[in-house]
Design a protein around this ligand. Structure first.
Ligand SMILES: [Zn+2]
Length: 390
């Protein structure tokens, strides 16, 4: 059993300890037990610390009952005094995200009657799954404001221990697992929870909370994605870069940006319609010059989508051809169609090719389409030969 010291001082990131036991683990890892440790091991939604023991990087930290197993790829001896360094920035970042979660969950429960059912932290953002009656951007805006005002007020975050007998004296938002004593985390007047994680000492250290977005998940729950502290600054920088890019390419102000994008998308739809019309006219022009004698028609096109290829193939069959093979180089689509006399075994032959090359598409023995295929004129000839043989 080690002395777990981050409970008392989550800001201490350098310490010396003695190795008291070790065990061989999988994949060349060796796990060490220390007489005391400030390292936090993943639990309660919070991620494990990063750091070093002597010159060895800590690969994994495993939480056990009353102990922490420190896993490295390096040989150390029982009795060795080792120097431990916890990555300060990561510890602070995780403590900030975790404290932000307490605050968000407390405000959600208190003001919106929305309990938190689970919490998950990742390197990019954190999530909480909540049960809430109504949620929209107005609710998010208000929720963020309430939380950020508490952050700016620099409310103290206290941690202390109580015995299970004292439990009734507190109105806990979150009740966790405990053995002989209970660790309490209290944001004065805002939240009181059982929690074994690391937290900041005052809410102003959180800096800022930003809810990035929310989504509906299973069981009628809502998942909120949020960031806090420096993550908000980094995110703002990224978002601002994206906005500036769009401002530049669309010659727009930030305020007009959504309107400009809508206009741009609408004009694209119009242009596509125009293009389709022109391409149809070009196809009809081609039809006027087709050799009538040949019963098989082959063409390589560029920029005709599925719809236009179908139109093109249909028109060719109408003028009396037995079989048409069209390949569009841009869309990588092969369209095959034959007359109702069905002189060729299209379906069986192209089903084989589709399966062999793992392609999208399909069809029947009259009309068939293969999507995502590379075809050369030589291959078209090969297709023809084989279909006739079949
Ligand atoms: Zn906590």
């Amino acid at each position: 059993m080690a002395e777990i010291l981050y409970f008392e001082n989550p800001y201490k990131t350098e310490f010396e300890a003695k190795i008291v036991a070790k065990k061989e683990l999988k994949e060349g890892l060796i796990g060490y037990y220390l007489d005391k440790t400030y390292f936090f091991a993943e639990s309660g939604g919070q991620l494990s610390d990063k750091g070093y023991i002597n010159e060895f990087e800590v690969i994994k930290l495993i939480k056990e009952e009353n102990n922490i197993l420190h896993c490295i790829r390096g040989e150390l001896n029982i009795g060795d005094e080792v120097k431990c360094v916890i990555d300060k920035d990561t510890r602070l970042d995780y403590s900030i995200q975790h404290t932000a979660q307490h605050l968000l969950s407390a405000v959600l429960e208190d003001r919106y009657n929305a309990p938190t059912l689970s919490f998950h932290m990742s390197e990019e953002y954190s999530t909480i799954d909540i049960k809430i009656d109504k949620i929209n951007s107005d609710v998010i805006y208000e929720l963020e404001n309430i939380c950020n005002n508490i952050i700016f007020s620099a409310v103290e975050v206290k941690t202390f221990w109580i015995s299970p007998e004292e439990m009734d004296r507190y109105k806990f938002r979150k009740i966790g697992k405990f053995v002989d004593k209970i660790r309490v985390v209290q944001i004065e007047g805002i939240d009181i929870s059982m929690c074994a994680g690391t937290h900041v000492k005052r809410t102003n250290e959180i800096g800022y909370i930003k809810i990035k977005f929310f989504e509906k998940i299973k069981g009628g729950l809502i998942r909120l994605y949020f960031i806090a502290g420096n993550r908000v600054i980094r995110d703002y920088f990224e978002v601002n870069n994206i906005i500036n890019y769009f401002r530049r390419v669309l010659s727009s102000t930030q305020k007009d940006l959504t309107e400009r994008i809508d206009l741009f998308l609408n004009s694209r739809v119009q242009l596509e319609k125009e293009l389709q019309k022109t391409q149809k006219m070009l196809i009809q022009e081609k039809l006027l010059h087709i050799e009538k004698d040949d019963k098989i028609y082959i063409d390589f096109t560029e920029g005709l989508d599925k719809k236009l290829l179908s139109f093109y193939a249909g028109e060719i069959i109408k003028i009396g051809k037995d079989l048409v093979l069209l390949y569009d180089k841009f869309y990588k689509i092969l369209k095959i169609q034959q007359s109702n006399e069905q002189k060729f075994d299209i379906k069986n032959y192209f089903d084989e090719i589709k399966k062999e090359k793992n392609l999208k598409g399909g069809g029947n023995n009259i009309t068939y389409l293969l999507d995502g295929i590379d075809v050369t004129p030589e291959e078209i000839n090969l297709f023809l030969k084989n279909m006739v043989k079949n």
